[in-house]
Write a protein that binds this ligand. Structure first.
Ligand code: PEP
Ligand code: MG
Length: 574
């Protein structure tokens, strides 16, 4: 095959050179097959069994994931589980088998085509792209009907070429050493594309001719920044690829040099960079990158990844190991925040709440199950004997909750102390500021808080009434809203006046683009996933704090997102 260039859409940057592994779509080549009346029940059973198999498969996959991936991929898996449980999907297939007398395979395909036709008529490009998720679920069901393993097998050093790819497959392929992925379909807005960007796995989507042109074993260069794929590259293509990868490496090396550098602004002010962590790997990375400590340890993953509620001893060991892993740097352990989108297998979070994001989650759930909170507090108090620990309480909406948790912490400390266990004399207790009522009534309970951490992920969703998980809302869910900026400024002011340290621990803290904005609003502590810690450190080192603080009034005068974006471009770090 001579040199050939295919073009698609750039979905995740990065350049890769490798041999192609072509995986042809299997769900689309189903022939029309009719069944006899006496076969109906057996076909219905086949499809229902397939649904059960896929559900179990996804649960197993969810358990296999850990760390940041568990959160990111977990959200996609949850969406796929929802699609799988959508009664319309299965009822439609059932009717096609029962009334149309189609085989389960063909009924599955017809139902897919019906749904696709509805999606194709949608104007909004983002919503239209959601058909990818349907296809991924249908693909898994089809594989299950034939008792095939639906997960893709990748080979280290290869570039996968396929029709479409699910986020769960993507995560697995990267772990197997696959260098890049090309899909004939798919969109740059898909969940897979979002995940590929965070995994740094080059991805080109919408390369329509890929499945016809590429054969197993062909040599490919994929450029996830331009969307171009070169088949059987010539010398110039190889040189371009080497130049691109060398640039990327140089950038990573430059970032790595910052491992031991302080997070200090141009005018000499140190900003405290904490790490958000969910796993041991995160803790080790945070330590290696010189994080000030763990600013947010999300304990819910200990519950979500388990089928039963972990007892005090289990929790104690996990918390103790995080504390030991940070070798004397402060560890902030957040009490349980299950509920809403963080469904669990332990049965703690209520099922079928009409409005789960506004329901029994975070501290509300903990206070409604005092024995549960008591156990968790005792485990954390015991871990405090091994190094400095703070406790952070999620979803505080007002004074009562904060005072109630403080009382319970006092009891737990008295008990553990009475048992003769080694423990810290004082354990700082802090509130997550992520519910607007807490932000607005902060002066009424700040006396019960030793520190504060602003959870912008939820604060944005509750302040703007925009579900953080609803893709259909597009730009409505954004931290770039004047209301959020004012609220941040007010919380920081109250905290400063009362001498309480305050950090931001939402995703905004991990995006270097927003660093100047947070510094301008007076923040001097950020807590973020270790994956972007060095980028944020670099941004801090390019900021002049005095200039940013002087520009804060202009930022707060911005009327809308466009105005805030203009301010951000004018104040990008040097
Ligand atoms: C937040 O809401 O910003 C936050 C850090 O908590 P989580 O994302 O775990 O809800
Ligand atoms: Mg939150």
């Amino acid at each position: 095959m001579p040199r050939h260039v295919l073009s698609g859409n750039a979905a995740a940057r990065g350049s890769a050179l490798g041999r192609a592994r072509v995986r042809l779509p299997h769900a689309l080549d189903v022939e029309e097959t009719h069944i006899a009346p006496e076969e109906v029940e057996a076909e219905l059973k086949r499809i229902h069994d397939a649904v059960d198999t896929v559900r179990t498969e996804m649960q197993i996959l969810r358990k296999r994931l850990h760390g940041a991936l568990a959160k990111e991929v977990g959200e996609f898996l949850d969406l796929h589980a929802l699609l799988l449980d959508d009664p319309e999907l299965l009822e439609g297939i059932d009717a096609l088998i029962r009334i149309g007398r189609y085989s389960a395979d063909y009924a599955l395909r017809l139902q897919r085509d019906r749904i696709a036709a509805v999606f194709e008529g949608i104007d909004d490009a983002y919503l239209r792209s959601r058909i990818d998720d349907i296809d991924q679920v249908i693909g898994r069901l089809h594989a299950a009907l034939h008792r095939r393993e639906a997960d893709l097998q990748g080979v280290a050093g290869e570039i996968l070429v396929t029709d479409n790819i699910s986020p769960a497959d993507l995560a697995q392929l990267q772990a197997q050493g696959v260098l890049g992925v090309i899909t004939a379909g798919g969109s740059t807005l898909s969940h897979s594309a979002i995940l590929a960007r965070s995994l740094h796995l080059p991805l080109v989507v919408g390369a329509a001719a890929a499945l016809q042109k590429v054969n197993d074993g062909d040599v490919l260069v994929i450029d996830g920044s331009s969307g171009l794929v070169v088949l059987e590259p010539n010398a110039a293509d190889l040189r371009d690829h080497h130049a691109r990868t060398a640039n990327a490496r140089r950038e990573q090396r430059q970032l790595n040099r910052l491992r031991r550098e302080p997070s200090r602004t141009l005018d000499g002010v140190d900003i405290k960079l904490w790490a958000n962590a969910e796993s041991r790997e995160d803790v080790a990375e945070a330590h290696a990158l010189g994080a000030a400590g763990v600013g947010l340890y999300r304990t819910e993953y200990l519950f979500i990844n388990n089928n039963q509620i972990p007892d005090e001893e289990t929790q104690f060991r996990v918390y103790r190991d995080v504390v030991l892993g940070m070798t004397g740097r402060m560890v902030t352990i957040r009490t349980l925040d299950v509920g809403a989108d963080k469904a669990d297998n332990t049965g703690l979070a209520l099922r079928n709440e009409p409005n789960p994001a506004l329901g029994l989650r975070g501290v509300r759930l903990s206070l409604s199950r005092p024995a549960l909170l008591h156990t968790q507090l005792r485990a954390i108090v015991r871990a405090s004997g091994y190094g400095p620990v703070r406790i952070l309480v999620p979803m505080i909406s007002g004074a009562e909750e904060m005072f109630a948790v403080r009382d319970m912490l006092r009891t737990a400390m008295r008990e553990v102390g009475g048992e003769g266990s080694e423990m810290a004399e004082k354990i700082p207790l802090g509130a997550m500021i992520e519910v607007p009522s807490a932000a607005l009534s902060l002066p009424t309970f700040i006396s019960a808080c030793d520190f504060l951490s602003i959870g912008t992920n939820d604060l944005v969703q509750y302040l703007l009434a925009a579900d953080r998980n609803n893709d259909a809302l597009g730009e409505l869910y954004t931290p770039l809203h004047p209301a959020l900026l004012r609220l941040l400024r007010d919380v920081v002011r109250t905290a400063n006046r009362r001498g309480r340290p305050v950090a931001v621990c939402g995703e905004i803290a991990g995006d270097a683009m927003f660093t100047p904005l947070l510094l301008a609003l007076g923040l001097s502590e950020l807590s973020l996933h270790p994956g972007t810690l060095l980028e944020v450190r670099r941004a801090i080192r390019g900021c002049d704090l005095a200039v940013l603080r002087a520009a804060a009034p202009a930022l707060l005068r911005a009327r809308d997102r466009a105005g805030i974006e203009r301010w951000l471009s004018a104040h990008a770090p040097a």
